[in-house]
Design a protein around this ligand. Structure first.
Ligand code: FEO
Ligand code: CA
Ligand code: CA
Ligand code: CA
Length: 660
């Protein structure tokens, strides 16, 4: 999601446009000097020892081979031309096919999509709206048969429902949603689990699979970990504080080494409206989250979304949710040990000693970078033994220091300022109010942390910082050095001794994004990067099985960058480091989500989120975009079909690994 729905129902300006982090951490005025001069050192012996310690000789060899290419890019494909139009585009020599669209049947009994007669019941079995995270979980280790797991982050009612919008003075005016429409929205959230297979070279959904499943905004979930059963999580519908109804705003996510699916609850505050009673105990908690957001009309029909009626309901959202896709009857679990904030995602990796490390950004201007390290260790031979690993461990928040080092500071009750004196009676309070705890530790205020992707091949971790137009000259810091950072940047972390579980490390900025031909932008793409190859607003990232980094974006448009969002291949090794090339671009209005490759590198799944949202600034449309008059009718291009978010799959013509 690009910070907020483009066309919210109400009350957006007050909450979301003000940064909610009012703590005073590290808003030092002087900056960066000499950051880049350390690059040579960081790419030298330290990087190599990190690789060796983490991944062993085979990966080391492949990484060193890449280094040895001496300036050659690790990628080979003809670059797509940057631009914006109604369709999507992939590099020449590749096929892109639509695999699942909003409304396509997911469950075995779901009806075909009928946009003029949509119901909540139908939607609860069909592919949800605004696909974001995409994961591929192989069945029997296959690269051609597995489970596709997809998050459905949010809904765009103006593009979903006929007859809802009027144009008044050239602007969209959205009417009131009916109860059924609200319930369709709730059912269009959550996630999809779909068995897929490649038959005669084409991927398709397996009908009548026992795995095919929808999770929605009403699916029962279990709350586990330190906050489970806490008074602050009890509501009139659940006096135990252990069973939440549904999961919401599932942005990016992850797949664990034991094959469970992680859904990250991001802008959960947006679904809540109303006002807390004066001096309510949760006031400070809510204020720090910019809550309630008032983005939707759900409170008109469901009291739980009205904070004046159910003040604790919102404390049951904002978590990482773990789902076992292999068991269709499994209850999704909200893992509170991993903290409560606007989780972008939860990508994981196994540390040398077997502990599992999960990285998660808190996507808000001036918020933080986190990681969670499990107390237990991963057992590759006993899947069942891993199923509750995420309930015990240590949550850390990052502080980036000026000398290029960094520290992961533990959010542990009783340590430092995290005591009853500061309002934290137990670890439950710390995980419920993670942001406030992190403020007290002096974490570094970042430029909207999105996906954080560990790379097993080179031992590094890549942090997407999408943008922060609110950062001023006065509050730049060494890890977020650009005031008015509208194009974002990417930080590369090397954990100490190549150990992802380490509590310290080093870091540098891999890329400052934006158009490198405009000096004032200060972008740092190499000169080998073509006019198509640069991008702004990094959001999601993927690392393929060769350890190559791919970055997808959210917010490129005709006005800011003269290009649609897309997927860029970014070199990280050798002299080509910092070179970027455009592989795929989305249709007008969309953002690019969910890049994930199969292990053999031959199939690439991509999520096209909110296509057709906006259109005023694209001269191919030049006016508001809504159900009856969308900027594009991708992917069907039929007059009787609305524009539909969809997951697509890219393969190489004639077969083989992508981009080699
Ligand atoms: Fe849902 Fe941070 O993007
Ligand atoms: Ca985003
Ligand atoms: Ca995102
Ligand atoms: Ca990712």
């Amino acid at each position: 999601m690009n910070e907020k729905p483009t066309f919210p129902t109400q009350g957006l300006e007050s909450a979301e446009f003000d940064p909610t982090n009012h703590s005073t951490n590290r808003t030092m005025g002087e900056v960066i000097a000499a950051r880049f001069s350390r690059r040579g050192f960081l790419q030298g012996s330290l990087a190599v020892s990190a690789i060796a310690a983490t991944v062993g000789p085979a990966a080391l060899l492949s990484a060193l081979r890449a280094e040895a290419q001496e300036g050659g890019s690790a990628f080979s494909f003809p670059e797509v031309t940057a631009g914006v139009d109604a369709d999507h585009h992939v590099a020449e020599g590749y096929d892109v096919k639509v695999l699942m669209r909003w409304g396509d049947p997911v469950t075995n009994d779901a009806p075909e999509f009928d946009p003029n007669n949509q119901t909540a019941e139908a939607q609860a079995g069909q592919f949800g709206y605004n696909n974001d995270y995409v994961g591929y979980i192989p069945l029997d280790g296959s690269d051609e048969h597995g489970l596709l797991v997809v998050n459905h982050e949010y809904t765009n009612p103006h593009l979903m429902f006929p007859g809802l919008v009027q144009i008044v003075d050239g602007e969209l005016e959205q009417g009131d949603l009916s109860e059924e429409q609200v319930n369709i929205e709730i059912a269009a959230h959550g996630g999809s689990i779909i068995e897929i297979e490649k038959v005669d070279g084409e991927w398709r959904r397996v009908a009548d699979s026992k795995y095919n499943r929808r999770i929605t905004g009403t699916t029962e979930t279990l709350i586990t970990g330190p906050a489970a059963g806490h008074d602050r999580l009890k509501t009139s519908a659940d006096e135990t504080g252990t069973k939440a109804q549904g999961t919401l705003n599932n942005c990016a996510g992850g797949v664990t080494p034991w094959g469970t699916y992680l859904m990250a609850e991001e802008n959960f505050h947006g679904y809540f409206s109303g006002e807390l009673p004066a001096d309510h105990a949760e006031s400070e908690n809510y204020a720090r989250l910019g809550a309630p957001g008032g983005w939707y009309q759900w409170h008109n029909f469901h009291d739980r979304f009205d904070v004046s009626k159910e003040p604790n309901e919102m404390n049951r959202f904002g978590y990482i949710v773990e789902v076992d896709p292999m068991d269709p009857t499994s209850v999704p679990k909200k893992r509170t040990a991993m903290g409560r904030f606007k989780h972008e995602g939860a990508e994981s990796i196994v540390a040398p000693n077997g502990q599992v490390v999960l990285y998660s950004g808190d996507d808000e201007r001036f918020d933080y970078v986190y990681k969670f390290v499990t107390a237990g260790t991963y057992d590759a031979d006993d899947r069942a033994a891993n199923m509750d690993l995420l309930d015990e461990g240590t949550l850390y928040v990052a502080r980036f220091d000026e000398d290029g080092s960094m520290e992961w500071m533990p959010l542990v009750h009783g340590e430092g300022p995290l005591t009853a004196e500061n309002g934290f009676a137990s670890q439950a309070d710390i995980v419920i109010e993670t942001r406030r705890a992190a403020d007290l530790l002096g974490a570094t205020k970042m430029d909207r942390p999105e996906d954080i992707q560990p790379n097993a091949t080179n031992g590094k971790v890549y942090v997407m910082l999408t943008n922060n137009s609110r950062r001023t000259e006065e509050d730049v810091n060494v890890a977020n050095p650009r005031p008015d950072n509208v194009f974002g940047h990417i930080i590369e972390i090397a954990e100490a001794d190549g150990d992802f579980a380490a509590t310290s490390g080093t870091w540098e900025i891999l890329l400052k994004c934006g158009d490198p031909s405009i000096a004032e932008v200060g972008a740092t793409f190499t000169t080998d990067t073509t006019e198509n190859g640069w991008f702004g607003m990094p959001d999601n990232a993927a690392v393929d099985s060769d350890g190559r980094l791919w970055v997808s974006t959210d917010g490129n448009n005709p006005t800011d960058t003269g290009r649609a969002d897309g997927l860029w291949a970014v070199d990280t090794e050798g002299a080509a480091r910092g070179t970027s090339r455009l592989f795929y671009r989305v249709p007008v209005g969309a953002e690019m989500c969910g890049p994930v490759f199969t292990e053999n590198g031959e199939s690439l799944f991509l999520a096209i989120q909110h296509p057709g949202d906006g259109g005023e600034d694209w001269d191919g449309h030049g006016r508001p975009s809504y159900y009856e008059d969308p900027a594009t009718r991708w992917p069907d291009f039929q007059d009787d079909m609305p524009v539909r978010p969809a997951v697509v799959v890219v393969t190489k013509q004639g077969g083989g690994k992508i981009a080699v």
